[in-house]
Design a protein around this ligand. Structure first.
Ligand code: COA
Length: 334
Protein backbone atom coordinates (compact mmCIF):
# COMPACT_ATOMS: atom_id res chain seq x y z
CA UNK A 1 0.00 0.00 0.00
CA UNK A 2 1.38 3.39 -0.94
CA UNK A 3 1.91 6.17 1.57
CA UNK A 4 -0.78 8.84 1.06
CA UNK A 5 0.36 12.06 -0.59
CA UNK A 6 -2.92 13.96 -0.29
CA UNK A 7 -5.92 13.89 2.04
CA UNK A 8 -9.45 15.24 2.18
CA UNK A 9 -9.44 18.14 4.63
CA UNK A 10 -13.08 19.21 4.42
CA UNK A 11 -16.27 18.66 2.41
CA UNK A 12 -19.47 20.53 1.65
CA UNK A 13 -22.61 20.40 -0.46
CA UNK A 14 -24.92 22.83 -2.21
CA UNK A 15 -28.44 21.50 -2.71
CA UNK A 16 -31.38 23.39 -4.23
CA UNK A 17 -34.25 23.79 -1.76
CA UNK A 18 -36.92 22.73 -4.24
CA UNK A 19 -37.88 19.05 -4.01
CA UNK A 20 -39.62 17.20 -6.83
CA UNK A 21 -41.26 13.89 -5.85
CA UNK A 22 -42.15 10.98 -8.12
CA UNK A 23 -45.80 12.03 -7.82
CA UNK A 24 -44.95 15.42 -9.31
CA UNK A 25 -44.33 13.86 -12.76
CA UNK A 26 -48.08 13.39 -13.17
CA UNK A 27 -48.43 17.18 -13.41
CA UNK A 28 -46.10 17.09 -16.46
CA UNK A 29 -48.50 14.71 -18.17
CA UNK A 30 -45.98 11.84 -18.10
CA UNK A 31 -47.21 8.27 -17.98
CA UNK A 32 -45.20 7.12 -15.00
CA UNK A 33 -45.79 6.43 -11.34
CA UNK A 34 -44.04 6.26 -7.98
CA UNK A 35 -44.19 2.47 -7.85
CA UNK A 36 -42.41 2.00 -11.22
CA UNK A 37 -39.69 4.53 -10.40
CA UNK A 38 -39.04 3.21 -6.87
CA UNK A 39 -39.00 -0.43 -7.97
CA UNK A 40 -36.65 0.09 -10.93
CA UNK A 41 -34.36 2.76 -9.47
CA UNK A 42 -34.91 3.33 -5.73
CA UNK A 43 -35.49 7.04 -6.41
CA UNK A 44 -38.33 8.77 -4.50
CA UNK A 45 -37.46 12.43 -4.97
CA UNK A 46 -34.80 14.77 -6.33
CA UNK A 47 -33.83 18.43 -5.89
CA UNK A 48 -34.34 20.78 -8.80
CA UNK A 49 -32.90 24.28 -9.21
CA UNK A 50 -35.22 27.26 -9.09
CA UNK A 51 -34.91 30.46 -11.11
CA UNK A 52 -31.54 32.10 -10.41
CA UNK A 53 -29.80 28.96 -9.12
CA UNK A 54 -26.92 27.88 -11.35
CA UNK A 55 -24.23 25.21 -11.52
CA UNK A 56 -21.84 27.88 -10.20
CA UNK A 57 -24.11 28.98 -7.34
CA UNK A 58 -24.53 25.39 -6.10
CA UNK A 59 -20.77 24.85 -6.49
CA UNK A 60 -20.06 28.01 -4.48
CA UNK A 61 -22.31 26.92 -1.59
CA UNK A 62 -20.62 23.50 -1.50
CA UNK A 63 -17.14 25.03 -1.79
CA UNK A 64 -17.60 27.60 0.99
CA UNK A 65 -18.70 24.85 3.37
CA UNK A 66 -15.77 22.61 2.36
CA UNK A 67 -13.29 25.49 2.79
CA UNK A 68 -14.69 26.42 6.20
CA UNK A 69 -14.49 22.82 7.43
CA UNK A 70 -10.94 22.49 6.06
CA UNK A 71 -9.93 25.80 7.66
CA UNK A 72 -8.81 27.14 4.29
CA UNK A 73 -9.37 30.64 2.93
CA UNK A 74 -10.03 31.42 -0.74
CA UNK A 75 -6.57 32.96 -1.07
CA UNK A 76 -4.91 29.69 -0.08
CA UNK A 77 -6.40 27.64 -2.92
CA UNK A 78 -3.85 26.79 -5.61
CA UNK A 79 -6.23 25.06 -8.02
CA UNK A 80 -9.94 24.56 -8.59
CA UNK A 81 -10.86 21.39 -10.50
CA UNK A 82 -14.57 21.38 -11.28
CA UNK A 83 -16.34 18.42 -12.82
CA UNK A 84 -19.56 19.13 -14.67
CA UNK A 85 -21.60 17.91 -17.61
CA UNK A 86 -23.80 20.99 -17.25
CA UNK A 87 -21.56 24.08 -17.38
CA UNK A 88 -23.42 27.38 -17.03
CA UNK A 89 -21.85 28.52 -20.33
CA UNK A 90 -19.90 26.59 -22.93
CA UNK A 91 -17.05 29.10 -22.68
CA UNK A 92 -15.30 29.79 -20.36
CA UNK A 93 -15.17 26.98 -17.80
CA UNK A 94 -17.59 27.12 -14.86
CA UNK A 95 -14.51 26.72 -12.63
CA UNK A 96 -13.44 30.30 -13.42
CA UNK A 97 -16.90 31.60 -12.54
CA UNK A 98 -16.53 29.75 -9.25
CA UNK A 99 -13.04 31.19 -8.77
CA UNK A 100 -14.41 34.73 -9.25
CA UNK A 101 -17.35 34.03 -6.94
CA UNK A 102 -15.06 32.72 -4.17
CA UNK A 103 -12.31 35.31 -4.72
CA UNK A 104 -9.74 32.52 -5.06
CA UNK A 105 -7.42 34.84 -6.95
CA UNK A 106 -4.27 32.65 -6.83
CA UNK A 107 -6.00 29.54 -8.14
CA UNK A 108 -5.68 27.91 -11.55
CA UNK A 109 -9.26 26.96 -12.40
CA UNK A 110 -10.50 24.50 -15.00
CA UNK A 111 -13.35 22.10 -15.72
CA UNK A 112 -13.09 18.42 -16.44
CA UNK A 113 -15.67 16.37 -18.32
CA UNK A 114 -15.91 12.80 -17.11
CA UNK A 115 -19.66 12.76 -16.43
CA UNK A 116 -20.81 10.83 -13.35
CA UNK A 117 -17.27 9.59 -12.60
CA UNK A 118 -16.01 13.19 -12.69
CA UNK A 119 -15.63 13.84 -8.97
CA UNK A 120 -13.26 10.88 -8.58
CA UNK A 121 -11.39 11.98 -11.73
CA UNK A 122 -11.12 15.47 -10.16
CA UNK A 123 -9.82 14.00 -6.91
CA UNK A 124 -7.24 12.03 -8.86
CA UNK A 125 -6.13 15.15 -10.76
CA UNK A 126 -5.87 17.01 -7.45
CA UNK A 127 -3.78 14.23 -5.94
CA UNK A 128 -1.46 14.48 -8.97
CA UNK A 129 -1.12 18.26 -8.68
CA UNK A 130 -0.25 17.87 -5.02
CA UNK A 131 2.14 14.94 -5.62
CA UNK A 132 4.14 16.89 -8.21
CA UNK A 133 4.37 19.92 -5.95
CA UNK A 134 2.35 22.07 -8.35
CA UNK A 135 -0.26 22.67 -5.64
CA UNK A 136 -0.57 22.41 -1.86
CA UNK A 137 -4.31 22.99 -1.59
CA UNK A 138 -6.85 22.01 -4.25
CA UNK A 139 -10.61 22.59 -4.28
CA UNK A 140 -12.46 19.82 -6.14
CA UNK A 141 -16.11 20.15 -7.05
CA UNK A 142 -18.80 18.10 -8.74
CA UNK A 143 -21.66 20.39 -9.72
CA UNK A 144 -24.59 19.53 -11.94
CA UNK A 145 -27.79 21.09 -13.13
CA UNK A 146 -29.09 17.96 -14.86
CA UNK A 147 -32.58 19.50 -15.06
CA UNK A 148 -31.23 21.79 -17.81
CA UNK A 149 -30.15 18.96 -20.16
CA UNK A 150 -32.73 16.23 -19.63
CA UNK A 151 -35.72 15.78 -21.88
CA UNK A 152 -38.73 16.40 -19.66
CA UNK A 153 -40.95 14.63 -22.20
CA UNK A 154 -38.93 11.37 -22.02
CA UNK A 155 -40.12 9.33 -19.03
CA UNK A 156 -37.29 6.81 -19.46
CA UNK A 157 -34.62 9.42 -18.57
CA UNK A 158 -36.16 12.44 -16.84
CA UNK A 159 -37.23 10.55 -13.73
CA UNK A 160 -33.64 9.50 -13.04
CA UNK A 161 -31.77 12.77 -12.55
CA UNK A 162 -31.50 15.66 -10.09
CA UNK A 163 -29.50 18.83 -9.40
CA UNK A 164 -26.84 19.51 -6.76
CA UNK A 165 -23.18 20.06 -5.96
CA UNK A 166 -20.55 18.61 -3.67
CA UNK A 167 -17.03 19.82 -2.93
CA UNK A 168 -13.89 18.84 -1.06
CA UNK A 169 -10.64 20.55 -0.17
CA UNK A 170 -7.61 18.32 -0.71
CA UNK A 171 -4.27 19.07 0.93
CA UNK A 172 -0.79 17.62 1.08
CA UNK A 173 -0.38 14.83 3.65
CA UNK A 174 2.25 15.69 6.25
CA UNK A 175 5.30 13.60 5.19
CA UNK A 176 6.39 13.20 8.83
CA UNK A 177 2.95 12.00 10.04
CA UNK A 178 2.78 8.63 11.88
CA UNK A 179 2.82 5.13 10.33
CA UNK A 180 -0.81 5.27 9.07
CA UNK A 181 -1.37 8.80 7.82
CA UNK A 182 -4.75 9.76 6.47
CA UNK A 183 -5.19 10.27 2.75
CA UNK A 184 -5.62 8.66 -0.63
CA UNK A 185 -4.49 5.00 -0.64
CA UNK A 186 -5.46 4.11 -4.21
CA UNK A 187 -6.97 5.66 -7.32
CA UNK A 188 -8.14 4.04 -10.54
CA UNK A 189 -9.64 5.63 -13.66
CA UNK A 190 -10.77 4.11 -16.96
CA UNK A 191 -12.73 5.18 -20.05
CA UNK A 192 -14.23 3.51 -23.13
CA UNK A 193 -15.17 5.98 -25.84
CA UNK A 194 -16.38 3.25 -28.19
CA UNK A 195 -19.58 3.17 -26.12
CA UNK A 196 -20.17 6.94 -26.11
CA UNK A 197 -23.46 6.79 -28.04
CA UNK A 198 -25.20 4.78 -25.33
CA UNK A 199 -25.48 7.90 -23.15
CA UNK A 200 -24.96 11.24 -24.83
CA UNK A 201 -26.31 14.50 -26.20
CA UNK A 202 -26.19 14.15 -30.01
CA UNK A 203 -26.39 17.83 -30.93
CA UNK A 204 -25.68 21.32 -29.64
CA UNK A 205 -21.89 20.98 -29.76
CA UNK A 206 -19.46 22.15 -32.43
CA UNK A 207 -20.28 19.36 -34.89
CA UNK A 208 -24.04 19.86 -34.91
CA UNK A 209 -24.51 23.38 -33.57
CA UNK A 210 -27.79 24.66 -32.21
CA UNK A 211 -30.43 25.29 -34.86
CA UNK A 212 -34.19 25.44 -35.09
CA UNK A 213 -34.05 21.79 -36.23
CA UNK A 214 -32.03 20.72 -33.19
CA UNK A 215 -34.45 22.45 -30.84
CA UNK A 216 -37.41 20.90 -32.64
CA UNK A 217 -36.10 17.31 -32.55
CA UNK A 218 -34.71 17.75 -29.00
CA UNK A 219 -31.38 16.20 -30.03
CA UNK A 220 -29.47 18.57 -27.71
CA UNK A 221 -30.91 16.70 -24.71
CA UNK A 222 -29.71 13.50 -22.99
CA UNK A 223 -30.35 10.26 -24.88
CA UNK A 224 -29.77 6.97 -23.12
CA UNK A 225 -30.01 3.26 -23.89
CA UNK A 226 -31.02 2.40 -20.31
CA UNK A 227 -30.64 -1.37 -20.36
CA UNK A 228 -27.22 -1.27 -22.04
CA UNK A 229 -26.02 1.43 -19.67
CA UNK A 230 -27.22 -0.63 -16.72
CA UNK A 231 -25.19 -3.67 -17.80
CA UNK A 232 -22.02 -1.66 -18.38
CA UNK A 233 -22.47 0.21 -15.10
CA UNK A 234 -22.59 -3.02 -13.10
CA UNK A 235 -19.57 -4.44 -14.94
CA UNK A 236 -17.48 -1.27 -14.72
CA UNK A 237 -18.24 -0.53 -11.08
CA UNK A 238 -17.18 -4.12 -10.28
CA UNK A 239 -13.92 -3.62 -12.20
CA UNK A 240 -13.31 -0.33 -10.40
CA UNK A 241 -13.80 -1.79 -6.91
CA UNK A 242 -11.55 -4.77 -7.77
CA UNK A 243 -8.75 -2.56 -9.03
CA UNK A 244 -8.83 -0.09 -6.14
CA UNK A 245 -8.80 -2.91 -3.58
CA UNK A 246 -5.89 -4.59 -5.43
CA UNK A 247 -3.93 -1.34 -5.58
CA UNK A 248 -4.45 -0.66 -1.86
CA UNK A 249 -3.82 -4.35 -1.02
CA UNK A 250 -7.13 -4.50 0.83
CA UNK A 251 -10.29 -6.63 0.62
CA UNK A 252 -13.95 -5.68 0.93
CA UNK A 253 -13.78 -6.62 4.62
CA UNK A 254 -11.29 -3.77 5.20
CA UNK A 255 -13.72 -1.17 3.86
CA UNK A 256 -15.64 0.71 6.57
CA UNK A 257 -17.86 2.55 4.10
CA UNK A 258 -18.52 2.16 0.38
CA UNK A 259 -19.79 5.29 -1.37
CA UNK A 260 -20.98 4.32 -4.85
CA UNK A 261 -22.30 6.66 -7.51
CA UNK A 262 -26.00 7.13 -6.78
CA UNK A 263 -27.69 6.29 -10.08
CA UNK A 264 -29.82 3.29 -9.24
CA UNK A 265 -30.12 1.24 -6.05
CA UNK A 266 -29.94 -2.02 -8.05
CA UNK A 267 -26.54 -1.01 -9.49
CA UNK A 268 -25.42 -0.04 -5.97
CA UNK A 269 -26.48 -3.42 -4.54
CA UNK A 270 -24.71 -5.33 -7.33
CA UNK A 271 -21.54 -3.29 -6.75
CA UNK A 272 -21.56 -3.90 -2.99
CA UNK A 273 -22.16 -7.63 -3.46
CA UNK A 274 -19.29 -7.91 -5.93
CA UNK A 275 -16.93 -6.01 -3.65
CA UNK A 276 -17.94 -8.17 -0.67
CA UNK A 277 -19.11 -5.14 1.31
CA UNK A 278 -22.36 -5.65 3.26
CA UNK A 279 -25.18 -3.18 2.55
CA UNK A 280 -25.02 -1.78 6.10
CA UNK A 281 -21.59 -0.40 5.08
CA UNK A 282 -22.88 1.24 1.90
CA UNK A 283 -23.99 4.86 1.81
CA UNK A 284 -27.26 5.27 -0.10
CA UNK A 285 -29.08 8.56 -0.72
CA UNK A 286 -30.31 7.97 -4.29
CA UNK A 287 -33.85 7.87 -2.85
CA UNK A 288 -33.57 11.58 -1.93
CA UNK A 289 -31.41 12.97 -4.76
CA UNK A 290 -31.74 10.79 -7.86
CA UNK A 291 -28.69 10.78 -10.08
CA UNK A 292 -26.81 14.08 -9.70
CA UNK A 293 -24.03 12.90 -12.03
CA UNK A 294 -20.59 14.06 -10.86
CA UNK A 295 -22.07 15.67 -7.73
CA UNK A 296 -23.43 12.35 -6.50
CA UNK A 297 -20.38 10.81 -4.79
CA UNK A 298 -19.38 14.23 -3.42
CA UNK A 299 -22.80 14.88 -1.86
CA UNK A 300 -22.89 11.38 -0.36
CA UNK A 301 -19.36 11.78 1.05
CA UNK A 302 -20.30 15.08 2.68
CA UNK A 303 -23.49 13.65 4.19
CA UNK A 304 -21.63 10.60 5.54
CA UNK A 305 -19.05 12.83 7.25
CA UNK A 306 -21.72 15.17 8.63
CA UNK A 307 -23.73 12.25 10.03
CA UNK A 308 -20.65 10.83 11.75
CA UNK A 309 -20.66 7.67 9.59
CA UNK A 310 -17.10 8.57 8.54
CA UNK A 311 -14.81 9.31 11.47
CA UNK A 312 -11.05 9.46 11.89
CA UNK A 313 -9.29 6.23 10.95
CA UNK A 314 -12.10 4.93 8.73
CA UNK A 315 -11.29 3.49 5.31
CA UNK A 316 -13.71 4.61 2.60
CA UNK A 317 -14.03 3.44 -1.00
CA UNK A 318 -15.57 5.75 -3.62
CA UNK A 319 -16.68 4.27 -6.93
CA UNK A 320 -18.50 5.76 -9.92
CA UNK A 321 -19.52 5.17 -13.51
CA UNK A 322 -20.82 7.54 -16.18
CA UNK A 323 -21.20 8.69 -19.76
CA UNK A 324 -18.17 8.15 -21.93
CA UNK A 325 -18.13 5.58 -20.59
CA UNK A 326 -15.93 6.55 -17.69
CA UNK A 327 -15.43 4.71 -14.43
CA UNK A 328 -13.23 5.30 -11.43
CA UNK A 329 -12.57 4.38 -7.84
CA UNK A 330 -10.59 5.71 -4.92
CA UNK A 331 -9.78 4.42 -1.44
CA UNK A 332 -9.24 7.07 1.21
CA UNK A 333 -8.28 6.78 4.88
CA UNK A 334 -9.82 9.50 7.04
N1 COA B 1 -42.41 4.99 -15.93
C1 COA B 1 -43.12 3.93 -16.37
N2 COA B 1 -42.67 3.15 -17.35
C2 COA B 1 -41.49 3.43 -17.91
C3 COA B 1 -40.71 4.51 -17.50
C4 COA B 1 -41.22 5.32 -16.47
N3 COA B 1 -40.54 6.38 -15.98
N4 COA B 1 -39.58 4.54 -18.23
C5 COA B 1 -39.62 3.51 -19.06
N5 COA B 1 -40.79 2.84 -18.89
C6 COA B 1 -41.25 1.64 -19.59
C7 COA B 1 -40.61 1.46 -20.94
O1 COA B 1 -41.26 2.24 -21.92
C8 COA B 1 -40.79 -0.02 -21.17
O2 COA B 1 -42.10 -0.25 -21.61
P1 COA B 1 -42.41 -1.36 -22.75
O3 COA B 1 -41.96 -2.66 -22.14
O4 COA B 1 -43.86 -1.22 -22.95
O5 COA B 1 -41.55 -0.94 -23.93
C9 COA B 1 -40.68 -0.61 -19.77
O6 COA B 1 -40.88 0.47 -18.87
C10 COA B 1 -39.34 -1.26 -19.52
O7 COA B 1 -38.34 -0.37 -19.94
P2 COA B 1 -36.81 -0.69 -19.79
O8 COA B 1 -36.01 0.46 -20.25
O9 COA B 1 -36.52 -2.03 -20.38
O10 COA B 1 -36.75 -0.84 -18.18
P3 COA B 1 -35.54 -1.21 -17.26
O11 COA B 1 -35.94 -2.27 -16.33
O12 COA B 1 -34.28 -1.38 -18.04
O13 COA B 1 -35.40 0.12 -16.40
C11 COA B 1 -33.96 2.04 -16.25
C12 COA B 1 -35.08 1.32 -17.01
C13 COA B 1 -33.63 3.31 -16.98
C14 COA B 1 -34.45 2.34 -14.84
C15 COA B 1 -32.74 1.10 -16.20
O14 COA B 1 -32.43 0.63 -17.47
C16 COA B 1 -31.53 1.80 -15.64
O15 COA B 1 -31.49 2.15 -14.49
N6 COA B 1 -30.47 1.96 -16.48
C17 COA B 1 -29.28 2.63 -16.07
C18 COA B 1 -29.52 4.10 -16.15
C19 COA B 1 -28.46 4.88 -15.46
O16 COA B 1 -28.19 4.65 -14.33
N7 COA B 1 -27.89 5.85 -16.16
C20 COA B 1 -26.92 6.72 -15.64
C21 COA B 1 -25.63 6.04 -15.53
S1 COA B 1 -24.48 7.14 -14.85
Amino acid sequence: MKRPLAYIAGTGRGIPAKVMTNQDFAALGLETNDEWIVERTGIRERHITAEGETTCSMAATASRQAMERAGVTAGEIDAIVLSTATPDRLLPATAVDLQAELGASRAAAFDIGAACAGFIFAASVAEGLIATGTAETVLIVGAERMSSIIDWTDRATCVLFGDGAGAAVMKRTNPSAGPHPKGVLATYMRSDGTLADLLYRPAGGATIPFSAQVLADRSHLVKMAGREVFKHAVRSMADATDRALDLAKLTGKDIDLLIPHQANVRIIEATAKHANVSMDKVYVNVDRYGNTSSASVAIALDEAIEKGVITEGKTVMLVAFGAGFTWASMIVRF
